[in-house]
Design a protein around this ligand. Structure first.
Ligand SMILES: Cc1cc2nc3c(=O)[nH]c(=O)nc-3n(C[C@H](O)[C@H](O)[C@H](O)COP(=O)(O)OP(=O)(O)OC[C@H]3O[C@@H](n4cnc5c(N)ncnc54)[C@H](O)[C@@H]3O)c2cc1C
Length: 420
């Protein structure tokens, strides 16, 4: 049944939640199960966030599992879904944080702003030799859909990828899988990229009687400021010295497998210090070598070298998008209390927007840890009187009308479901 907004005449608690993905949907279900109404404002038509647009599309099993969890959460009685509604654009922070009179506002809208490469002036090459990870992976996940009209990306051989985390490895894999799939296509051999990801590039070629030497492909290179053993590909909390050594070994093994299976080249202990421009486009970087001393990255003098490429992809992390009215500390939101996820009076945050950790389990765990406390605060506050509820419901109805949402989550998501 659609949520009958006009029937809500009794005083209630209503919690607004921005973002309906892993963290937001988990919070919504908990709020609703505690007897309050959870209104989920989601910028996209679907609520899946980085599960749909961040995880590369070969994670199909994980993706289906996470879609199902989000669907289940958002189908909880008492959860009101408001798609196509962006905080900061369709509704202002001041409207949702105090103007409309919600019992509380939870920010669960993730980290969608690529951290800028710290080289002055380099961002003028975006779209002209330089790309950032988030739009690149979005393109990879969606470009095969019929009617895709988003930003397109070229794939050039010998690309430079800057980063060192899991997402940067995904970027490298996308580049090399695309390169070999296209080269095989040129020989009349059609391959499925998702199957090639499972088998790896050498084994896929072998199945067609080919080896990497049969192609003039160099593949991309990952440039990282530390060594393989420092890559945040695997982590444990507060490791002992012995476990740290083991962890380092595991990281090296993971990266070595990426190198073997996807033919990625790796350049450790380097940082880009200056861009190289050619004919008005980015054409690579001057890199400087580094040394890790006491855990810190030190640049080594007189070690500069040039690396040229007409495709550079930066994958050095994502931060929350600044929103008018949300207090900032540098590139992050200025949380008053990280443990409780408190931003300002009555406004909280959870998931990736708070933790800064791009990890599904971590977003869900954080939501489960933070939300009960918010519910406690909300239940201790006065209920919203009927006229206040009617004001909130009018705002929701206006958004539903603007996007053509009929109030039934199951119908909407069935009609709008993406390919898995
Ligand atoms: C390339 C890549 C690979 C990854 N691989 C893995 C992996 O292998 N394993 C793993 O555990 N994790 C991985 N992650 C990370 C993981 O997908 C995310 O950390 C996790 O899904 C974050 O969940 P979240 O709910 O906190 O945030 P998000 O998924 O970012 O959800 C935020 C939601 O808020 C919405 N939103 C954003 N801004 C607004 C706004 N202004 N108003 C309203 N709504 C808004 C978004 O549309 C989205 O639905 C990867 C991420 C990337 C980018």
């Amino acid at each position: 049944m659609p949520m009958n907004l006009s029937s809500l005449s009794e005083a209630r608690h209503i919690v607004g939640i921005c973002g309906g993905a892993v963290g937001g949907s988990e919070a919504a279900a908990l709020v609703a199960k505690a007897g309050s109404i959870a209104v989920v404002f989601e910028q996209n038509i679907r609520p899946y966030g980085k599960i749909e647009d961040g995880l590369p599309r070969w994670h199909s099993k994980l993706r289906s599992k996470e879609y199902a969890k989000i669907d289940e959460n958002l189908s909880t009685p008492g959860v009101v879904f408001v798609p196509g509604t962006q905080l900061g654009k369709d509704l202002s922070f001041s409207t949702l944080s105090n103007g409309i009179g919600l019992s509380a506002l939870i920010l669960a809208h993730g980290a969608w702003r690529d951290r800028s490469l710290p080289i002055k002036g380099v961002d003028r090459f975006v779209g002209n030799g330089l790309s950032y990870q988030n739009p690149f992976v979005y393109w990879f996940n969606h470009y095969e859909e019929s009617g895709f009209a988003g930003e397109g990306f070229p794939i050039h051989d010998d690309a430079i990828v800057i980063g060192g985390g899991l997402a940067s490895i995904d970027v490298c894999k996308i580049l090399n899988l695309e390169l070999y799939a296209r080269a095989l296509g040129d020989r009349g051999i059609a391959v499925d990229i998702e199957q090639m990801e499972v088998r790896g590039i050498p084994r896929t070629l072998e199945a067609h009687g080919l080896t990497p030497n049969d192609f003039k492909i160099r593949g991309c290179t990952l440039f990282y400021r530390r060594g393989k053993e420092d890559m945040p590909l695997e982590n444990i909390k507060n490791p002992t010295a012995q476990r740290m050594e083991k962890l380092k070994g595991t990281r090296v093994k993971i990266m070595d497998k990426v190198i073997r299976k996807y033919l990625v080249r790796f350049q450790p202990n380097v940082v880009p210090v200056e861009f190289i421009e050619k004919n008005g486009a980015l054409n690579g970087f001057v890199f400087q070598r580094t040394e890790i001393v006491g855990g810190r990255v030190l640049r080594l003098e007189n070690t500069e070298f040039e690396a040229h490429s007409k495709q550079v992809i930066s994958s050095i992390g994502s931060t929350p998008v600044p929103i008018d009215g949300v207090p900032m500390k540098g590139e992050l939101y200025q949380w008053q209390n990280n443990e409780e996820g408190r931003l300002v009076e009555g406004v909280y945050g959870l998931g990736n927007v708070l933790t800064g950790k791009g990890n599904i389990v971590e977003s869900r765990r954080n939501s489960k840890q933070i939300t009960p406390n918010i519910i406690e605060q909300v239940l201790a506050s006065p209920k919203i009187p009927a006229d206040g509820i009617s004001r909130i419901m009018k705002l929701i109805q206006a958004r539903w009308d603007a996007v053509g949402y009929g109030g039934r989550y199951a119908d909407w998501i069935t009609a709008k479901r993406p390919a898995t």
